[in-house]
Design a protein around this ligand. Structure first.
Ligand SMILES: [Zn+2]
Length: 220
């Protein structure tokens, strides 16, 4: 018990010291920042994105037709936060566990991509030297199925959420609401209990961190 209290006091001291330290000294002293209120990076595997733009591709022509209108908006939004993403017409076949070519995010539109969790979508993100390398995103086509009664905001939440994983975001440890009343889109169950549609302010803090953390690594 005594040890535990001592440790807590020590942690508090460290926090205070970090606040007092000049901001330009914090850089070298602390290393990359990988989590904060309502956001978290896939650290230590991924702490940043490199300087090369990311290109969106598609598993097949159906995936391209169904998902292009959405990912164009995702790409524009990520680009506005300093993560340059463009949408191509390219077909890049995906397989679970296989990394697409470097700087490529390939989207696949498919029913029940994970049969064990028939309502889910998922993303696999590959990394190299703590930077995002490439990703595949499997979007569950059941969200569009007649009779399933999914809403457009749910489809959007999932596509944006999985795209957040594709560039390097993880699920935050806690999911507080921001000033606009929105929970992080990267919190669990984006098709159930969120109405964000786009990245909320806390997700954006995480996305901007992926860019800021470049400062801790030699140029790619
Ligand atoms: Zn997720």
């Amino acid at each position: 018990m005594k040890t535990r209290i001592a440790q807590a006091a020590f942690a508090l001291t460290l926090t205070a010291a970090a606040v007092i330290a000049a901001p330009h000294q914090a850089h070298a002293a602390t290393g990359p920042v990988v989590s904060g209120t309502g956001w978290k990076l896939q650290a230590p595997r991924i702490t940043h994105i490199d300087t090369q733009p990311l290109t969106i591709a598609f598993h097949d022509t159906t995936s391209r037709t169904r998902l292009t209108p959405y990912v164009k908006n995702v790409a524009a939004e990520l680009t506005s936060y300093g993560i340059p993403v463009t949408v191509s017409n390219r077909i890049v076949p995906t397989a679970v566990g296989k990394c697409p070519p470097r700087h490529t995010i390939s989207y696949r539109w498919i029913s029940k991509p994970n049969p064990d969790r028939p309502n889910q979508s998922f993303t696999g993100t590959c990394s190299l030297k703590a930077a995002t390398y490439s990703a595949y995103v499997y979007i569950n086509s059941d969200y569009w199925a007649p009779g399933r009664r999914f809403h457009e905001w749910q489809r959007m939440n999932v596509i944006w959420h999985e795209s957040g994983h594709a560039v390097g975001l993880a699920h935050p440890t806690t999911c507080p609401r921001d000033k606009a009343g929105l929970q992080p889109l990267m919190c669990g169950n984006p098709y159930k209990d969120l109405r964000d549609r786009r990245f909320s302010s806390q997700d954006v803090t995480g996305l901007r961190r992926l860019v800021l953390n470049r400062a801790y690594y030699p140029p790619a």
